[in-house]
Ligand binder design. Structure first.
Ligand code: IVH
Length: 736
C-alpha cells in the first residue's frame, strides 16, 4: 500500500482524503501544543507549514469533508475561557461515515458477519437526518434539567447550562412519566434558515457584523457570556441520543426517541425503522429530496442499530460506535452568474479578488460573493500550478456552478462553458493597487524561487486600504481590544481624516466636535436610508439613535483604558507580518519590554547577517526574523512607533517567580485532562510560580501532573522514575 501522507492531493479518493484530514488535524493539534509549550517543538516551522498547506489543499478539493475540529477553522481561535469544564461520564462520540451506497452495504454486511452465530437474529436499524448543528448533552435529575454541556473534545465539554435554558425546545421539566432518575439527553442545537436570515437582516440594519452560515452562528450564539443574547437567537434542539443514565430509556433506539418526544422534546419526524439496505437507502433518497425544503441544514442520514442489546455487543472502535454510520450527502450546488470581480486590499496589502454573483440560494443561504483567492485561481490553477477547473478560467458574465457544504465558505466548482457570453474576455488582474495606485507585485519566495500566488500592493503606509485594515487590526479582539471601536467607526474616522495612524486614536478626544459631527452625519444618512426602506417616521428612528449617541464618552473612556496594554497584545497589534498572537506572546516573554524588543530588532535589522544576531528562541524562525527586520529597518515605522509610544505604555511582561515556591526551577509536564483549569491556564500558573513547563517527558522532567486519561507520558514518567502527582496534589503544592 502506498503511504497516504505522500500521495498527491489530486490523486486522493474521498475516503483517503477523509483519513488524511483526520491525521492532519491530529498532527497539527499536537504540533500546536508542543509549540505553545515552547520547550519541545517537535517539528520544524517548514514541516508545520507543509502540514497546514496539505490540510488546506485537501479541504479545498473536498469541501464536504471539512472536520468540526479542522485546524483551518481554529486559526487564532482564543481558547475557550469563561465556561467551566464538564467531564462527560459517557463520552460524546463521533460517527463513521459512508459516502456511497456500497459503503452502506459494507456496514450492514459487517453487522451480519459480527452476529452470524446468532441464527435467525434480525438486526433492525433506524434512519434519521444528520442535523448540521452542535451537539449538546443535557442532564436531567428527577425530571429536572440541571446541567447542559457542549461536546468539546468528546470527553470534556463546557458548561453552557444558562444558555441552553433559553432554548424553547429544551424542557425545564420533563413531561409525562417513567423517565430514569438521572439521564443525559443528547441531541443537536441548530438554527433555522429563517432565523439566520432574520438575524442577518437585524445586524445589517444596525451596522453590525455579518454572519457566515447557520451552523457557525448557532455555535457563536451558544457560547455567549450573556444568556439574553442566546435567547434572542431562537435556537432549536432535536433529541436523538443519550449519555449516562440510571436505566435504559427503552430496549430500542426507536422507542427511546419516541419516549423523548413524550417527555417534551422535539425529535426528527423523519426517523424510521428499517430492516434492509434497500429500505435504508430508499429513506436516504427520500430525505435527500426533502433536504432543501426542511428549513435547516442537514448533511446526511444516520443509520443506527435499533436494538440496544445488539449495540452493546457490537461495541466501539476509537471514538466511534461500530453500530452506527453517517451516510453523507454530496455538497449542495447551484448555478448563477458572475456579475463582476472586485479587488479588496488587506492589511498586508494582499489583493484579494472577490466574485460578485447574481444572488442565489444554496442550501437555504443566499450567496452573493465568493472569494476567488488569487490571480492563478481565476485562471484555473492551484498554488502548485496544477489545473483545478479542467483548465477553465473565470470570466465576468460566466455562468458558474457554486457549492456550499456545511461550514465551508461557498466556492466555484465549475464554469458552464456553453453559457459563456461570446464577448467575455479573460479577466485581467490589476498590477497596480486599486486603492492607492502603487505597483502591485508578486514576491519571489527566496527559498523555493517560486512566485507568491498573491499580488501585494507595495504602497504600505501610503495605501489607505492597508492603513485602515491596520487600524482595524490594532483595535481588534486579540490586539488592543478597544470596545465600541468597530470596523465601521474606524472607516468613518479614517475617511474624515480624524485618524490616520494608531497613535491618532489616543488623541481622538481632542477632536471631539469633529468626531461628533462625523457620527451625526452618518446617523442622518442611515436614518434617511432606513426611513426610505421602512416608511417609519424620522422621529421614531431618532429616539433609537439618540440612545446610541451617548456612547461617545464611553468610547473615549474605552480608548483611555487601553493606554497600558499587555506587551504581547501590543506586539500583536502592530500588525507585523507573520507575527500572530502566539508569536507575539513568545516575543513578549523573551524580551520582557517593548524597549528591549526594539533594541534587538534594530540591531538585527542593521546587521549584515540578521540571522546570526537575533538570539535563538524556540518558536521564532527565519520568516519571523525577516519580518522583524523589515519592520524595524523601515524608518517610516520608526516615526509611527515613536508617536504611538508617546501615547501608550505597554506593560512589562513579568514572570513573577516566588522564590519560596516549591516548584520554582522544576520542570513540569501536564498530561491527561485537567478538571480545574485549562491547560493554558495551568501552564501560565506554573510559570508564574517559577516552574518550567515542557511538552514531553524526559530525564530532565521533575514532576508529571497526570489527569484522567493520561497515556504514554505517564508510562515514560514511570519508566524514568519521574515523580507523578494528581491535579489536586499539584494545587496543594502550589498553594491554591
Ligand atoms: S448520533 C453514538 N444522530 O453528528 C452516536 N448524531 O458525527 C452519537 N449528529 O457529534 C451521535 N445528527 O453532533 C447522531 N441524528 C443524529 C445526529 C448526530 C447530527 C451529529 C452529532 C455528532 C456528530 C457525529
Amino acid at each position: 500500500m502506498t503511504d497516504l501522507s505522500s500521495k498527491p492531493v489530486d490523486d486522493l479518493t474521498e475516503q483517503e482524503a477523509d483519513v488524511e484530514l483526520a491525521r492532519l488535524a491530529k498532527a497539527i493539534a499536537e504540533a500546536d501544543i508542543a509549540y505553545h509549550q515552547k520547550d519541545a517543538p517537535e517539528i520544524t516551522d517548514a514541516a508545520y507549514d507543509e502540514l497546514r498547506r496539505r490540510n488546506d489543499a485537501i479541504e479545498e478539493a473536498f469541501p464536504n469533508l471539512v472536520r468540526e475540529d479542522s485546524p483551518s477553522l481554529n486559526v487564532g481561535a482564543p481558547p475557550a475561557e469563561g465556561f467551566a469544564k464538564v467531564r462527560h461520564a459517557v463520552p460524546m462520540l463521533s460517527l463513521a461515515k459512508a459516502y456511497t451506497d456500497e459503503d452502506v452495504v459494507d456496514f450492514i454486511e459487517r453487522g451480519r458477519r459480527f452476529f452470524q452465530k446468532d441464527e435467525g437474529l434480525e438486526i433492525a436499524f433506524t434512519a434519521e437526518p444528520k442535523i448540521d448543528g452542535l451537539s449538546a448533552s443535557l442532564r436531567y435529575e428527577n425530571g429536572v434539567f440541571v446541567q447542559g454541556a457542549t461536546r468539546g473534545d468528546g470527553s470534556v465539554g463546557e458548561d453552557i447550562t444558562a444558555n441552553l435554558r433559553t432554548i424553547k425546545d429544551i424542557p425545564e421539566k420533563l413531561a409525562g412519566s417513567g423517565w430514569p432518575q438521572s439521564i443525559e439527553i443528547r441531541g443537536e442545537v441548530y438554527m433555522t434558515y429563517a432565523e439566520f436570515q432574520a438575524l442577518k437582516a437585524r445586524s445589517a440594519a444596525a451596522g453590525g457584523q455579518d454572519y457566515v452560515n447557520p451552523r457557525n452562528t448557532a455555535a457563536g450564539s451558544l457560547r455567549q457570556k450573556d444568556a439574553a443574547v442566546t435567547a434572542s437567537r431562537n435556537l432549536r434542539f432535536f433529541a436523538y441520543a443519550w449519555g449516562a443514565t440510571t436505566e435504559d430509556p427503552a430496549p430500542t433506539q426507536y422507542e427511546a426517541v419516541q419516549k423523548f418526544r413524550d417527555w417534551g422534546f422535539q425529535v426528527s419526524p423523519l426517523m424510521v425503522r428499517a430492516k434492509s439496505v434497500d429500505e435504508l437507502i430508499a429513506h436516504y433518497r427520500r430525505i435527500e429530496e426533502q433536504r432543501s425544503s426542511l428549513g435547516y441544514d442537514i448533511d446526511g442520514v444516520v443509520y443506527k442499530v435499533d436494538q440496544l442489546e445488539l449495540q452493546r455487543r457490537w461495541g466501539f472502535v476509537t471514538g466511534e460506535p461500530r453500530w452506527a454510520v453517517a451516510h453523507k450527502f454530496p455538497a449542495e450546488q447551484a448555478t448563477t452568474v458572475v456579475r463582476k470581480i472586485d479587488i479588496q486590499v488587506g492589511r498586508t496589502g494582499t489583493l484579494a479578488p472577490v466574485a460578485r454573483l447574481e444572488p442565489v440560494t444554496v442550501g437555504g443561504v443566499v450567496v452573493e460573493n465568493v472569494t476567488l483567492h488569487n490571480e492563478d485561481y481565476i485562471k484555473g490553477f492551484d498554488s502548485n500550478g496544477l489545473p483545478i477547473r479542467e483548465g477553465m478560467d473565470i470570466r465576468i458574465g460566466d455562468t458558474v456552478v457554486i457549492q456550499r457544504a456545511g461550514d465551508v465558505i461557498p466556492q466555484i466548482v465549475r464554469v458552464v462553458l456553453n453559457k459563456r457570453p461570446a464577448d467575455a474576455v479573460p479577466y485581467e488582474f490589476p498590477d497596480t493597487c486599486p486603492v492607492c495606485g502603487s505597483p502591485a507585485t508578486r514576491e519571489i519566495n527566496e527559498k523555493t524561487g517560486k512566485e507568491d500566488s498573491r499580488r501585494r500592493c507595495t504602497g504600505e503606509l501610503i495605501c489607505p486600504a492597508q492603513a485602515v485594515e491596520g487600524l482595524r487590526h490594532f483595535v481588534s479582539r486579540g490586539a488592543l481590544d478597544i470596545e465600541g471601536l468597530g470596523a465601521e467607526n474606524i472607516e468613518l474616522f479614517f475617511s474624515k481624516g480624524l485618524v490616520k495612524t494608531a497613535a491618532d486614536l489616543f488623541t481622538l478626544k481632542d477632536r471631539r466636535p469633529a468626531v461628533q459631527q462625523a457620527l451625526a452625519e452618518r446617523r442622518e444618512e442611515q436614518a434617511r436610508l432606513r426611513e426610505a426602506a421602512s416608511g417609519k417616521t424620522r422621529k421614531a428612528i431618532r429616539s433609537v439613535e439618540d440612545r446610541n449617541f451617548e456612547g461617545l464618552d464611553k468610547l473615549f473612556a474605552a480608548i483611555d483604558a487601553r493606554r497600558e496594554p499587555e506587551l504581547d497584545r501590543f506586539i500583536f497589534a502592530l500588525g507585523i507580518r507573520h507575527i500572530g498572537e502566539t508569536t507575539a506572546a513568545v516575543l513578549a516573554r523573551t524580551f520582557g519590554t517593548m524597549e528591549e524588543l526594539i533594541r534587538v530588532g534594530k540591531a538585527t535589522a542593521a546587521a549584515e547577517d540578521p540571522l546570526s544576531v537575533f538570539p535563538s528562541v524556540d518558536g521564532i524562525g527565519g520568516t519571523v526574523i525577516e519580518a522583524l527586520v523589515d519592520f524595524f529597518g523601515n524608518e517610516r515605522n520608526d516615526a509611527a512607533l515613536d508617536a504611538l509610544l508617546a501615547q501608550v505604555r505597554p506593560k512589562e511582561y513579568k514572570v513573577v517567580v516566588s522564590a519560596d515556591s516549591v516548584v520554582a526551577g522544576k520542570t513540569v509536564v501536564f498530561t491527561g485532562s485537567l478538571e480545574k483549569m485549562s491547560r493554558s491556564e495551568a501552564k501560565a500558573m506554573a510559570e508564574r510560580m517559577g516552574a518550567k513547563v515542557a511538552g514531553s517527558v524526559s530525564a530532565k522532567t521533575d514532576i508529571l501532573v497526570a489527569g484522567p486519561g493520561a497515556g504514554s507520558k505517564l508510562k515514560s514518567a514511570e519508566a524514568l522514575g519521574v515523580e507523578v502527582i494528581s491535579e489536586d496534589e499539584w494545587f496543594a503544592r502550589v498553594g491554591r
